[in-house]
Ligand binder design. Structure first.
Ligand SMILES: [Zn+2]
Length: 80
């Protein structure tokens, strides 16, 4: 599993998406990435924050940036 510096985890079972990274301009197999938005703040409020604030991205394995934000529906579609 690729470890990204910004937190989150790879979306389990999702397909890779081959695309050009807008950040490093390499064509790479992006992985679907789940980022728990507002994790630090959410922890202070309620568990509900953790479950509802997830953001989905395509992450570039070369430069480790979260290149493109996905909707939840797009992310689910990648899981097939
Ligand atoms: Zn990149």
């Amino acid at each position: 599993m690729i470890v990204f510096t910004r937190g989150g985890w790879e979306l389990e079972g999702a397909k890779r998406v081959t695309m050009q990274c807008p950040n490093c301009h390499n064509t790479t197999d992006h992985v679907a990435w789940v980022h728990p938005g507002g994790l630090q703040m959410g922890f202070l409020f309620s568990k509900k924050c953790l479950s509802t604030n997830k953001q989905y991205f395509l992450a570039c394995p070369t430069c480790r940036q979260l290149s493109v934000e996905l909707t939840k529906e797009q992310a689910q579609a990648l899981r097939g």
